[in-house]
Design a protein around this ligand. Structure first.
Ligand code: FDA
Length: 348
């Protein structure tokens, strides 16, 4: 329930205004976001590269409301590509279709993506085009994103691929579509609030599907990305590739910046390819809320930061405050849900 309320908040403009103005949210966001500028992101990428980890740079932003914003995002992503080339960092790029105007005009969005892919192609050395991944957003965009990748491939843009989410019922079919194409797939569990008739409500089902889809990808995919911090699933991937004789360089593990750094380096030390998703920019609000929703215990850290900043840790225990915040949010939702139900009841 807390997860749901955080995902709802991630889409609320009012909550965004309040939360982004709080200095502590900004300082907490720094745990998951490399900084406001491209220079901050390149610095983070260099440090990760020094530890043997690859990077995917993500200029934060989604659901833009105007063509100007979409054009600015396109220009910025091209700047990222040029900076990758100039600095020689081991990085590729992740983008969100709604950042390029998918909500405004599909043809315009596609044009922007083509500009990016074209530049990524020109900057690559020989066969090594810079890879640009289309992140997967909520299910409203799934079909359009999958179809976009198919049509870009049909037009010869093979330096792109997308992300599939194991919580969606449709994913096994999308997986086959992407395998037929030969495009690279990143497999994730899914980070949005989705209706129960198209997604698994029980986390155990999402995890079970993740393992099935991961094994299919490891056997038949083109350099798939196993993007999870779930140690049980990662162990299963290691067992599976070992049993099937699948080489360590035919896939990569991916994790988020600031999450399970210990596991990132451990896997690298064991000889696996590991790529870290590094977001940067000042539009960090929805990204941060999704990270909180994935692990409500992060609320305790946030509560801890609030107390530390206010100097109140001498008097209060952050875990207790975090639990209080979580319980408060859950109680508010419960109360709102009951109110809605009783109103409905009255209407009937
Ligand atoms: P799960 O949620 O079961 O977590 C397993 C363990 O990982 C937890 O017990 C905890 O220890 C740790 N953990 C997970 N999330 C954490 C957090 N936020 N903070 C601290 N610890 C955490 N989603 C999407 O819908 N579209 C996309 O394009 C992408 N792209 C993407 C790229 C990459 C590289 C990654 C790793 C993830 C995504 N995601 C995504 C997010 C994904 O859908 C999912 O929400 C998160 O990865 C969390 O799920 P896990 O697989 O880690 O498992």
């Amino acid at each position: 329930m807390l997860k749901e309320s955080l995902l709802k908040l991630s889409e609320s403009q009012a909550a965004k205004t309040v939360i982004t103005r709080t200095p502590v949210s900004r300082s907490f966001a720094q745990r998951f976001v490399a900084g406001d500028t491209l220079e901050d992101a390149i610095q983070a990428a260099r440090a990760l590269n020094d530890a043997g980890l690859g990077v995917s740079l993500d200029f934060l932003g989604e659901s833009v409301k105007s063509r100007d914003e979409a054009t600015a995002a396109t220009d910025m992503v091209i700047r990222i590509l040029e900076t990758i080339k100039r600095t020689g960092v081991n990085a590729n790029v992740s983008v969100k279709p709604t950042q390029f105007g998918l909500d405004l005009d599909e043809a315009f969005c596609r044009q922007n993506i083509e500009l990016v892919l074209q530049r990524a192609r020109e900057l690559g050395d020989g066969g090594g085009e810079i890879f640009v991944r289309l992140d997967m957003e909520s299910s409203v965009y799934t079909e359009r994103t999958v179809a976009l990748v198919e049509s870009l491939w049909a037009d010869g843009f093979h330096n792109t691929g997308t992300v599939l989410q194991s919580y969606l019922h449709r994913t096994p079919d999308d997986l086959e579509r992407m395998l037929a194409l030969g495009s690279r797939i990143r497999l994730v569990k899914g980070a949005y609030k989705e209706p129960g008739d198209i997604s698994y409500e029980d986390k155990a089902d999402t995890d079970r599907m993740y393992v099935q889809e991961m094994e299919r990808l490891l056997e038949a995919g083109t350099y798939p990305a196993i993007a999870t911090h779930d140690e049980a699933i990662i162990d299963q991937a290691r067992r599976f590739v070992w049993e099937k004789g699948i080489g360590k360089d035919s896939f990569e593990f991916q994790m988020l910046y600031g999450v399970r750094r210990d596991l990132q380096t451990r896997l690298r030390e064991e000889g696996y390819n590991v790529r870290v998703y590094v977001p940067f920019g000042d539009s960090w609000y929805p990204y941060l809320m999704r990270r909180l929703a994935e692990r409500p215990a992060n609320m305790f850290f946030m509560a801890g930061s609030i107390l530390k900043e206010s100097g109140a840790t001498r008097f209060f225990n952050p875990a207790a405050i975090g639990a209080g915040l979580a319980a408060g949010a859950a109680a508010t939702l419960l109360w709102k849900g009951r109110k809605r139900k009783s109103k409905k009841g009255r209407r009937r």
